[in-house]
Design a protein around this ligand. Sequence first.
Ligand SMILES: [Zn+2]
Length: 143
Amino acid sequence: MPNRRRTRMIGKPPALEGYKPFGVPMRNLESVVLSVEEYEALRLADYEDLTHEEAARRMDISRPTFTRLYDKARKNIARAFAEGKAIIIRGGTFKSGNYWYRCNSCHETIVSAKPEENCDRCSSGDIVRIDEGTTDTNERKQG
Ligand SMILES: [Zn+2]
């Protein structure tokens, strides 16, 4: 059977690339990868206080799919907290109505309706697209 995954609509990029535990150098840390849509699920439900029904509609996915994403997000974050790991927010299967970039020079996140070549804040040309869903996460196929 073809494995067809619906892409999830995400309005704006995560505020940060991730989090690290206080006082531990990054090179000594293991990390947990949180996909962009897991981050978004948690943000909509626990930060914007939407019901799972409303949040699912916002992401253009079914309510059960939303609840699975939300549960996964919470488990990943709990694992990072309990095991003292960093959290990296990246990848997943999603689409955005805009172009998202992150500046490698000043770490600014840029959201634009059209393609950009330079950072809004520091004018650096060293910016990378971050709105394209990738599969380089710890996401497992679940039945
Ligand atoms: Zn910049």
